[in-house]
Design a protein around this ligand. Structure first.
Ligand code: P6P
Length: 336
C-alpha cells in the first residue's frame, strides 16, 4: 500500500509485513542505504566546488581510473552498512574481493549480503552529468554465524530479495523493489527526507527510445546492427529516437518512465560485454521485471544466469518488454 508523498520511512513501515522475510532487518538495510545516499548526494552535488573532482590516481579491478567520488561513495556505503551491523558481507565494483563483516563473531546473526556499484557512470562526474549508485541484496546461503564465502555472492539474480538505485540527477531519487513492484522516492534536500513521488513504476510495454553507444557500431554483433537499422529505417514511419547518456542509471530511469531499451552488447573490445552481472545487470534486471519490463543477454534471462566470478561482465539488453523481445529476435535470427 502506498500514498503519494509519504516518506520512505513511513512506506517501509507500512509495507514491512508484505515482505515475506519480515524480520525488520531488510527495512533497516534499506534505511542504511537511504542514509548513505544522502551523504553521497551531498558530495556529488558540490563536486564542482571542492577539490573532489578528478581521478583518485588509482585504478579498480576493472582497470578503470577511480574518480575520487567513486572512492568516497564506496567508503560511505561500506561504512554505513558495517556500522549499523546489518549485513554479513559486501561486494563492490571498487573492491577486488568481497568483504566479510564481523566474520569472527559467531553471534553475528546477520543474514543479508549486499553488492554495490557505488557510483556508476562516474566518468560523467567532471562534466556534471547524472550518476548513480546501484545495489543488490541477497540472503546468505551459507550457515548464519559463519564467515560469508564467495558462494553467498555468486547467486543467480532470481534469488535477490531487494534491488535498487539512487540517481543523483536534477533531483536525487531512490528507486527500489523488494519483489512487490517498484517505487521511486525523491529527496527533499531542504529537510533531508525522501518522499514517495513515483509509486508503482512500470515500463510502458513498448517504446521508441533506444539507448546504445553507436560509436561501437562496427564492433557490434550482427543482430544488434540489424536492430539499429530496423529502428532507423523509414518504412512504417518508425518514430524511434536515440538517447544515450553514458550513465546506465540515467538511461534506464528515463526508459522506465518513457518507454525504451538500453543495450550494451558484447563487442570486440568487450567480448563478454562491459556491464557487470552482479552489481549492475542483476539489480537493474530485477527492477525491470518488477516494473513489467524485461532483461536478457540477448538470449537468456539475466536473472537466470549462473554467476561464476564476482566481477564478470555480460551483454545487457533491458527495457520495455516488446522492444527487448524484438532485439532478441534479431539476435537469435543471426545465430540460427
Ligand atoms: P561507454 C559507466 O561506466 C557504464 O558502466 C554505464 O553506466 C554506462 O551506460 C556505460 O558504462 C557507458 O559505457 O562504453 O558507452 O562509455
Amino acid at each position: 500500500m502506498s500514498r503519494k508523498n509519504q516518506t520512505l520511512g513511513e512506506f517501509i513501515i507500512e509495507n514491512q509485513t508484505s515482505f515475506k522475510y519480515t524480520s525488520g532487518e531488510l527495512s533497516r538495510l534499506i534505511n542504511s542505504i537511504r542514509l548513505a545516499a544522502k551523504v553521497v548526494n551531498h558530495e556529488v552535488n558540490k563536486a564542482g566546488l571542492v577539490d573532489i573532482l578528478g581521478a583518485f590516481g588509482d585504478t579498480n579491478i576493472q582497470g578503470e581510473d577511480q574518480q575520487k567520488l567513486d572512492v568516497y561513495a564506496n567508503e560511505k556505503f561500506i561504512q554505513t552498512l558495517t556500522n549499523r551491523n546489518i549485513v554479513c558481507g559486501i561486494a563492490s565494483e571498487e573492491e577486488d574481493h568481497f568483504i566479510a563483516i564481523n566474520s569472527q563473531d559467531e553471534n553475528n546473526q546477520n543474514k543479508y549480503v549486499v553488492l554495490i556499484d557505488p557510483l556508476d557512470g562516474s566518468s560523467n562526474i567532471d562534466v556534471n552529468v547524472s550518476v548513480g549508485t546501484i545495489f543488490s541484496v541477497f540472503r546468505r546461503v551459507t550457515p548464519i554465524g559463519t564467515p560469508v564465502t564467495l558462494e553467498d555472492f555468486l547467486q543467480k539474480g532470481n534469488q535477490q530479495v531487494a534491488a535498487g538505485y539512487i540517481i543523483y540527477g536534477t533531483s536525487t531519487m531512490l528507486v527500489y523493489t523488494t519483489g512487490a513492484g517498484v517505487n521511486g522516492f525523491t529527496l527533499n534536500p531542504a529537510i533531508g527526507a525522501f518522499y514517495l513521488s513515483h509509486p508503482d513504476m512500470q515500463f510502458p510495454e513498448d517504446g521508441n527510445i533506444y539507448s546504445v553507444n553507436e560509436g561501437n557500431y562496427i564492433h557490434f554483433p550482427q543482430g544488434v546492427k540489424d536492430y539499429i537499422k530496423y529502428c532507423q529505417m523509414e518504412e512504417g514511419n518508425r518514430p524511434y529516437t536515440s538517447r544515450y547518456i553514458g550513465s546506465l542509471v540515467s538511461d534506464f530511469h528515463r526508459n522506465m518512465i518513457k518507454g525504451g531499451i538500453y543495450i550494451y552488447p558484447n563487442t570486440s573490445k568487450n567480448p563478454t560485454g562491459k556491464l557487470r552481472l552482479l552489481y549492475e545487470c542483476n539489480p537493474m534486471a530485477f527492477i525491470a521485471e518488477q516494473a513489467l519490463g524485461k532483461a536478457s543477454d540477448g538470449f537468456t534471462r539475466i536473472l537466470d544466469l549462473q554467476p561464476t566470478e564476482l566481477h564478470q561482465r555480460v551483454p545487457f539488453f533491458c527495457g520495455s518488454k516488446i522492444m527487448v523481445e524484438e532485439v532478441e529476435e534479431f539476435m537469435q535470427k543471426v545465430t540460427v
